[in-house]
Write a new protein. Structure first.
Length: 309
């Protein structure tokens, strides 16, 4: 975890690796001491503390940036071409930032802009390190002739666009209580991010987790939220999408039965569907998918993330 102090109206850059954090805090302490000797009211403000709850993010994962201090009226973080809002939590504010599975492995600029109640702003500039997602390749997927049309590019692009439009919405309310959990108690059959070669000669990436579930297995809501989509799609088959707030979405695909409707609020553990073999599926299972701020991430890794209260 990286912890930084940000002075109001100041702009502090994340130091390079040749300087220790102790030296950074020594410099900030000196600035604060000198500030008291100057006829300016700026340093009289309490410092803002920014916590990066990660040293780096792997491709296809999410991390938390927390923010504490007095007189804060909101904040946003910008990285990877996206701007992510901070949401109020018990001890300040928190922001979820996600990296796509195909994000190049390198360092990226990360900026946090903090708005104060007195109308002033503070800015921090740092670095977001993206590391390898350590994805694997899977054996060839042979789609049967009856479903071969589901490999068409136009169908894929249309379906991706529909889901991206849903996943890009941000509800400021928080509906979940604690950590997310698996929707079925089944073994993993195919992890997130794998490289899949299909019998049409093309390669695709897996956007979720496939969990073993015999036909008709009850599917439970991973967390509390509001249903925003519940109907068939060509590739995902019968699919449900649940909005958990803060730009977090959970979906279950290839279902045999759907028990919810859009607008319905569900609680964690509610049975919302039954597993199936609909859409571009080679056997009964549940495709579990989680998106954060419009980016599909590893659902198992997200379920392990310690979310703020």
């Amino acid at each position: 975890m990286i912890r930084l102090r940000l002075l109001l109206n100041g702009s502090i850059k994340q130091p390079n690796t040749h300087y220790s954090w102790q030296r950074l805090f020594a410099v900030l302490a000196l600035v604060a001491v000198l500030g008291w000797a100057m006829p300016t009211p700026v340093i009289a403000q309490q410092p803002i503390v920014i916590n990066l709850e990660f040293e780096y993010l792997r491709q296809g994962t999410a991390g938390i940036i927390s923010l504490t201090g007095s007189g804060i009226n909101g904040a946003v973080a910008t990285a990877l071409g996206r701007t992510c809002p901070f949401f109020p939590v018990s001890d300040g504010y928190a922001c979820l930032i996600a990296t796509p599975m195909d994000q190049k492995i390198r360092d990226y600029p990360l900026t946090v802009i903090v708005n104060r109640v007195d109308g002033t702003t503070a800015k921090w500039e740092g670095t977001l390190k993206v590391a390898s997602g350590q994805f694997i390749a899977e054996p060839e997927f042979n789609v049967p002739s009856a479903k071969f049309y589901l490999l068409r590019k136009d169908i894929e692009l249309s379906e991706e666009a529909r889901l991206e439009a849903i996943y890009s919405m941000v509800t400021p309310d928080r509906f979940w209580d604690e950590q997310f959990k698996q929707p079925v108690d089944g073994a993993l059959t195919s992890p997130y991010g794998t490289v899949r070669a299909y019998n049409d000669g093309n390669v695709r990436r897996h956007t979720g987790y496939d969990l073993r579930a015999p036909m008709g297995t009850p599917v439970e809501a991973s967390a509390s939220g509001r249903v925003v989509y519940a109907r068939p799609l060509d590739i995902h088959g019968n699919i449900e999408v649940i909005d958990h707030g803060w730009g977090i979405f959970n979906s279950y695909s290839h279902l045999s039965e759907i028990y919810v409707v859009p607008g319905q609020f569900v609680l964690e553990g509610d049975i919302v569907a039954r597993s199936g073999n609909t859409g571009r599926s080679l056997g009964p299972h549940v495709h579990w998918e989680i998106a954060v701020d419009g980016t599909v991430v590893d659902p198992a890794a997200f379920a392990r993330l310690k979310l703020p209260n």
